[in-house]
Design a protein around this ligand. Structure first.
Ligand code: NAD
Ligand code: ZN
Length: 378
């Protein structure tokens, strides 16, 4: 690997012989070749991107391979969540196979979480598993989806229901890419950043309160620090529980509620994943306060920060008369993380003090949802 440039951070996801480094910094896409070439088993590299990212970042990425004697190909997929489907997956597998790959071929995912998930899954199953590298270009994918090895696609029965655990060989998180990301996407990604503070890192939560504005306004140092801290948190939790048998569930703070809202809105542009998580984190603190687990003051502090930074904190404009508490509870019970209909929640005893709870009173959950719906409709 080329020496780490100034302003580049490196950390390792420790998973025995499946360990891999994450590089975080600016200008990593225009030096991608020098980071990727030394890690390749063979000469063939296939980079997969989406229709928004390709015009912005693919030429820079490809140019960085000019000085290496490699066989580099590119493919472009549509830029929507619906790309994570059986039909696009089949087409992707065929397009990659048409390039006459062998077991030493490496796939590269250049894009957000959609590209990372589908390309990672393709790498998991092609020739029973080939190498892949993540070059995440959204804040959400840099702090969350590119790390941890979860890959997959959606089905008509729900999101991410078909997939595999397949760890990448390398993650290159280039914060320069965030400069072209729409502000709404940046904010949605920030919800996953602040989540790490809320889970188990009060100090980082305080950093977020003081620096989130800088981060959102494009400050490279703030972005690099936030991505580093988030990846460290995720790497630590994943290393302890790769297959989500226990503590990895903490990463789902705000997600039990969030997934229900996403299911109700149809996983589209109406409500982005990070926006759903943002509302869900508030709900998780409301539920914790209602159950007497956490001080009201802590909830108010989180609500205030989310409001100041412009995170979505309510369902206003989305929830109409068709939204009911029963439907939302129904979505939660169907979530793949619900066991035998029992819904798992991540609750908090305060900021940075989250825990997994399997025996939450359904009445309390219904109260929180009812209030959220009333607020949205008023
Ligand atoms: P995304 O991949 O759809 O990207 C969001 C939008 O930003 C897209 O329109 C994309 O084309 C565009 N874009 C990406 N990078 C850009 C850039 N640098 N400049 C301009 N536009 C850019 O969405 P996402 O939020 O990155 O990821 C969401 C997906 O990630 C969901 O499918 C979710 O299920 C998945 N996810 C997976 C994991 C995991 O552990 N595998 C974790 C969280 C989320
Ligand atoms: Zn998430």
């Amino acid at each position: 690997m080329s020496p780490t440039a100034p302003n580049t951070e490196q950390l390792e996801v420790e998973l025995g012989d499946r360990s891999y480094p994450i590089l975080i910094g600016n200008n990593l896409i225009n030096t991608a070749g020098s980071h990727i070439a030394p890690r390749l088993k063979g000469r063939k590299v296939i980079v997969v991107s989406d229709e928004n990212v390709a015009p912005l970042w693919l030429p820079t990425f490809l140019k960085s391979f000019d000085e290496f004697d490699l066989d580099v190909h590119s493919l472009t997929l549509p830029a929507t969540e619906t790309t994570k489907s059986f039909s696009h997956f089949e087409r992707l597998l065929n397009d990659v196979l048409a390039l006459e790959i062998d077991r030493k071929t490496t796939l590269v995912a250049l894009g957000g979480g959609v590209i990372g998930d589908i390309v990672g899954f393709a790498a998991a199953v092609l020739l029973r598993g080939i190498d892949f590298i993540q070059v995440p270009t959204t804040l959400l994918s840099q702090v969350d989806s590119s790390v941890g090895g979860k890959t997959g696609i959606n089905t008509s029965y729900g999101k991410n229901l078909v997939g595999a655990f397949h760890q990448p060989q390398l993650v290159l998180a280039d914060t320069s890419a965030l400069a072209t990301l729409p502000n709404r996407e940046l904010l949605a990604g920030y919800a996953e950043v602040v989540k790490y503070g809320l889970i188990d890192d009060f100090e980082f939560y305080e950093w977020c309160e003081n620096n989130a504005k800088l981060l959102i306004n494009g400050d490279q140092n703030a972005q690099r620090y936030a991505v580093l801290k988030s990846c460290q948190s995720k790497a630590r939790i994943v290393a302890a529980d790769e297959r989500e048998l226990g503590q990895r569930a903490l990463l789902n703070l705000g997600h039990t509620f969030g997934h229900a809202f996403e299911a109700e809105t149809g996983y589209g542009n109406k409500l982005l994943h990070g926006e759903a998580v943002s509302i869900g984190c508030i709900n998780a603190f409301q539920l914790s306060a209602k159950l007497g687990l956490c001080e009201q003051q802590e909830l108010i502090r989180v609500e205030k920060h989310f409001l100041q930074i412009g995170l979505r904190n309510s369902l206003s404009g989305l929830a109409d008369e068709s939204w009911t508490v029963e439907r939302l509870i129904g979505h939660m019970a169907k979530d793949k993380k619900a066991e035998a209909g029992k819904i798992t929640f991540i609750l908090a005893r305060g900021i940075g003090k989250s825990f997994v709870a399997n025996d939450v009173s359904t009445d309390a959950v219904k109260d929180v949802l009812a209030q959220t719906l009333t607020d949205a409709k008023s």
